[in-house]
Design a protein around this ligand. Structure first.
Ligand SMILES: Nc1ncnc2c1ncn2[C@@H]1O[C@H](COP(=O)(O)OP(=O)(O)OP(=O)(O)O)[C@@H](O)[C@H]1O
Length: 238
């Protein structure tokens, strides 16, 4: 089991939510309203993992890395911001294993079925966390997903949030066939920087790294920046 908030299955709130709409999630903390995005229009904000945890324990779990000899990195961002492209190049450049959560969910059926209306799988966050737990403990994992608040905080040493100019992202998503509410929701997600906010609410601010991803030069620079960061990373001695 993941050690994040207690997960429960709740119905998807519908296309008015600002959740990115590729693989959506239905597991949420008890008492939380049926909104998948904590943002300007959401009724309830999702806080950091274990908000009741005393600060000293939060410090002790930070980095989780007593056992890790390689860092774990999460690359998140709205669909189309370049997560998979960036992770593929980065995984080739450094000794990290790229895990695309969408692919993992499909391959291992870590979902609660298919939503016909939204045309996406309903991801089961508990199954995903259970599947990843052991390998995350070993370290050296590059996780690629358009959400970040349900993973245990202790898993990651760095959380990268890719961001793209709205009009550029609009063109990328329409060229992938996105339209209607799915397109609008994802563009609004980017306009309101939902993923950056989610990352900052879920992880220590100092490990959250926003990076522009508007063009190929950005990708190249980001891969260089992240390669340097990974190669310079050292396990914490705590
Ligand atoms: N910085 C960039 N410059 C130019 N093209 C890009 C950039 N980032 C992504 N793209 C293009 O946009 C498309 C989507 O990229 P990619 O699949 O990497 O995004 P993603 O964030 O992983 O999306 P998803 O969450 O849907 O998997 C691809 O065609 C890719 O080549």
């Amino acid at each position: 089991m993941a050690d994040g908030p207690n997960h429960q299955t709740q119905p998807w709130p519908g296309p008015s939510s600002r959740q990115p709409l590729d693989l959506h999630s239905t597991t949420r903390s008890p008492g939380e309203q049926q909104c998948d995005f904590a943002g300007p229009f959401s009724p309830g904000k999702r806080g950091r993992k274990n908000p009741n945890q005393p600060p000293i324990l939060a410090m002790a779990s930070r980095g989780g890395g007593a056992r890790r000899t390689r860092p774990n990195v999460l690359v998140t961002g709205t669909p189309g911001t370049g997560k998979t492209t960036t992770c593929s190049l980065l995984a080739d450049a450094v000794d990290l294993r790229h895990i695309n959560i969408g692919d993992l969910v499909r391959e291992k059926s870590l979902h609660d079925g298919w939503d016909e209306e939204l045309e996406c799988h309903i991801i089961n966050e508990d199954l995903v966390c259970d599947e990843l737990e052991d390998m995350m403990g070993e370290g050296g994992i590059l996780v690629d997903y358009h959400g970040c608040d349900f993973f245990p905080e202790r898993w990651f040493d760095l959380v990268v949030v890719l961001q793209t100019d709205n009009s550029i992202l609009h063109d990328r998503l329409t060229s992938r066939g996105y339209m209607g509410a799915k397109l609008t929701n994802n563009i609004e997600c980017e306009i309101f920087q939902m993923l950056l906010e989610e990352a900052r609410e879920s992880y220590k601010e100092e490990i959250v790294m926003p990076l522009r991803s508007d063009n190929v030069e950005d990708i190249s620079r980001n891969v260089g920046t992240l390669t340097e960061w990974i190669n310079n990373w050292r396990p914490s001695r705590s």
